[in-house]
Design a protein around this ligand. Structure first.
Ligand code: ADP
Ligand code: MG
Length: 138
């Protein structure tokens, strides 16, 4: 689907309101594709009241004010290949991926091998004009 920013946020809110415990949402798409925007919508849908900021430098942000605990990863700075996998181990990713909260992962393609099989995969890319993004859910 092709969505503008408001529609992407609303899509995230709907998704967030329906999520069950233990779900991992794997987001892919280049810089500016809308991963963090979508994460904000999902957080809102979960009832998170905190301001959502990009975990670019912190790698993980955690929020407990919603209906379910939310952990929001941005793994870009872990690097690629083996470095990303080692970095994830160091972050203790298993507790998040296989715990009872909801986990959102930006740049999920970098840690593809670690994702649970049943992760919700959403790829974002630039749309037909500057205000839209193409969103593919699988
Ligand atoms: N349809 C859209 N959906 C999401 N963001 C959009 C859209 N159109 C324009 N934008 C802009 O693109 C940027 C997306 O940034 P962000 O969500 O942080 O992306 P990412 O986390 O993938 O790098 C924001 O500046 C936002 O205002
Ligand atoms: Mg981002």
């Amino acid at each position: 689907m092709v969505l503008n920013e408001r529609e992407l946020m609303e899509y995230g809110m709907r998704l967030g309101s329906e999520l069950a415990p233990g779900v991992v949402i794997a987001l892919t798409g280049e810089l500016g594709a809308g991963k963090t925007t979508l994460a904000k919508g999902i957080a809102k849908g979960l009832g998170v009241t905190d301001e959502i900021t990009s975990p670019t430098f912190t790698m993980i942000n955690e929020y407990t004010s919603g209906r379910l605990p939310l952990s929001h990863f941005d793994v870009y700075r872990l690097g690629e290949g083996e470095a990303a996998l080692v970095g994830m181990e160091e972050l203790g990713y298993e507790e998040y991926f296989f715990g009872d909260g909801v986990t959102i992962v930006e740049w999920a393609d970098l840690v593809e091998q670690l994702l649970p099989e049943d992760a919700i995969r959403i790829s974002l890319s630039y749309g037909p004009d500057v205000e839209t993004r193409e969103v593919v859910v699988s």
